[in-house]
Design a protein around this ligand. Structure first.
Ligand code: GRF
Length: 220
């Protein structure tokens, strides 16, 4: 059983997906602590409802990033977390912290990385006119939204939809792939090998999609 801490800043719907997955006693990980840098994060309520210990460590209470991350590190060690899941955690972690937890920090990002790193991914995807976007769970490396990819889910973009509508469709897949990626890591089926993640006995779907479909009669 892998002991995991989840770091959040807000709504916590991905945290909820992880809580729900961990409720299955066969799941190879459990959440030992939820840490938020924002005392008002709704995710803290979700954790309490699930009976999970919570801590608030606000970056505003520390005079430097380093001091904030030292406090985070101390808390993570105190609860004996062996892995960290970032789930809408809105602080960029410094290389020192990331390297200390090398290969033990996961993140979910709402785009098909390496495209659209950073914020406002859905607006930017619509603006760029891409036909596919999606979400990615990856191992965190010092560069922002960078690191070996564990799982991705792709969604076909409809240029007539709003960024919120697109976000909502992608979020459904986030809630599927984050628990699955954690399961793969916790069970040891996924291993980091350099800049990639190797997954034991996975199935790779063949075929693909065309978006948009120029006509009804298109054959692939
Ligand atoms: C998600 O879209 C996630 O991909 C991104 O921040 C959002 C967090 O949402 N990193 P929630 O707090 O998990 O509901």
């Amino acid at each position: 059983m892998l002991d995991v801490a989840v770091l959040i800043s807000g709504r916590g719907s991905n945290l909820q997906a992880l809580i729900d997955a961990c409720a299955d006693e066969e799941f190879p990980a459990r959440i030992v602590r939820v840490i938020s840098n924002n005392a008002k994060a709704y995710g803290l309520k979700r954790a309490k409802e699930a009976g999970i210990a919570t801590s608030v460590i606000s970056h505003k209470d520390y005079e430097s990033k380093e001091a904030f991350e030292e406090a985070l590190d101390k808390e993570l060690n105190a609860c004996k977390a062996k892995m960290i899941c970032l789930a809408g955690f809105m602080r960029i972690l410094e290389p020192r912290f990331v390297n200390r937890w090398k290969d033990r920090i996961l993140n979910i990002h709402p785009s098909l990385l390496p495209s659209f790193k950073g914020l406002h991914t859905h607006e930017r995807a619509l603006e760029a006119g891409v036909r596919f976007t999606g979400c990615t769970v990856h191992i965190v490396r010092p560069e922002m939204d960078d690191g070996p990819i564990i799982l991705q889910a792709a969604v076909a973009v409809n240029p007539d939809e709003t960024a919120d509508e697109l976000a909502a469709r992608i979020l459904e897949y986030e809630h599927i792939i984050y628990p699955e990626a954690l399961r793969l890591m916790a069970s040891g089926r996924a291993r980091v090998a350099g800049d990639k993640v190797m997954i034991e006995s996975a199935t790779y779907p063949d075929g693909g999609w065309i978006n948009p479909l120029p006509g009804d009669d298109i054959e692939v």
